[in-house]
Design a protein around this ligand. Structure first.
Ligand code: MN
Length: 230
């Protein structure tokens, strides 16, 4: 449809840069996994044993690629959560775990920035998490790296430093639900499609950031992400 079919110009697609390429990954939806590393589940006061994965969403427009995180409104306690992002180039329903990695286009380092004070209020009142999770600029991310180049990382260090001090440290092999299982579970709840992105949860050590902080996130075998809090 041409632009004359709309009452105003449609919002642009979120275009995720791909490392070393001049084409972009067009983002459709952004899903996130809650409590996928046992140590983080424990630090948030939950029993990690065999709880099925649960999901929430951010907006595609919340992704940013410019290495800047603007301290958001309506909070005094924004936390960093370093996560492996998985970008899908195939989708479907009821995808079997053994076929799930065939859907993956690539991976990236991303941050699930969280208004922790607002999340605590939401949990207490049994309200949804959008205010805590799906705010402007809440998903800084590095360029995507195609799986055709790096394979499907099942282990490797995942870390986050703030101003040179290590805050978060884990290994991808500590995921309670590995990437293939996450895709399988999610495809039993939603129809997945090319362009869908999944943030796969964070290891222990989440904490607050302040304006002026420099965040350095890294995932072994995937890449790095530097973000300044402004
Ligand atoms: Mn998270």
């Amino acid at each position: 449809m041409g632009s004359d079919h709309f009452v105003f110009s449609p919002a642009p697609l979120t275009a995720w840069p791909i490392e070393g390429e001049d084409r972009f990954f067009p983002v459709r939806r952004v899903y996130c996994v809650g409590r996928n590393y046992a140590d983080h589940a424990r630090e948030m006061g939950h029993d990690p044993d065999r709880e099925p994965p649960f999901f929430f969403q951010k907006n595609p427009q919340n992704l940013t690629f410019d290495g800047r995180f603007a301290y958001p409104v309506a909070t005094g306690d924004v936390h960093h959560e370093v996560e492996l992002a998985v970008a899908l180039s195939k989708g479907g329903e009821a995808i079997a775990a053994e076929n799930a990695l065939d859907c993956v286009f690539g991976y990236a380092v991303a941050l699930d920035m969280t208004r922790r004070d607002r999340q605590a209020e939401a949990k207490k009142a049994s309200r949804p998490w959008e205010i805590a999770k799906a705010f402007e600029g809440s998903a800084p991310a590095a360029a995507l790296v195609p799986a055709s180049r790096i394979g499907h990382p099942g282990n490797g260090a995942i870390t986050l430093d703030v101003n040179g001090a290590r805050r978060q440290e884990g290994d991808l092999n500590q995921m309670i639900w590995p990437v293939a299982d996450v895709i399988a579970c999610l495809s039993g709840l939603f129809t997945l499609a090319p362009g869908d992105v999944i943030l796969t949860g964070t290891p222990a050590g989440v904490g607050a950031v302040e304006r002026g902080d420099r965040l350095e996130a890294a995932i072994e075998g995937v890449g790095r992400l530097s973000v300044s809090v402004v």
